[in-house]
Design a binder for this molecule. Sequence first.
Ligand SMILES: [Cu+2]
Ligand SMILES: [Zn+2]
Length: 173
Amino acid sequence: MKQFALLSSIPLLVLAASASAATTVAMHVIDASGVGKAIGTVALSDSAKGLVLQTDLAGLTPGQHGFHVHENADCGAKEKDGKRVAGLAAGGHYDPAKAGKHEGPSGKGHLGDLPTLVVDAQGRAKGSLVAPRLKLADVKGRSLMIHEGGDNFSDNPKPLGGGGGRVACGLIK
Ligand SMILES: [Cu+2]
Ligand SMILES: [Zn+2]
């Protein structure tokens, strides 16, 4: 009888897991030589307000960081103009409609533009962000990228929000 109760609870657990349809992305430091140490996770799930990104990260530099979905599930370095560049294998900002513009999560540009990641004085980023135009199904098979600097949700005065180099990355499976 006890065994029966245990078995019958399993389908319920499976159902609950598929209903929330969450996935957890393992984030790693990246540099010109490739993918380095783990710095935490970002849990992704759908909500009525859009894609929820729950960050639990440590070891980043304090302040604001550009945060985007990039098109390829590859966090590796790639050569550009004779130099290996961190995270370049991830390609550009996810932009299925070919908008060609960086306007942030509420704009009409790249669909992969996320809210800015804010890192506290201890190097941690623990919190919840919402990307209103995205769904989990859109971003599977792509990558999550954190940049060195902040993001002004514009291509001016610098392209792609001005965040510069790519410092951490994770594959969205
Ligand atoms: Cu980016
Ligand atoms: Zn963008």
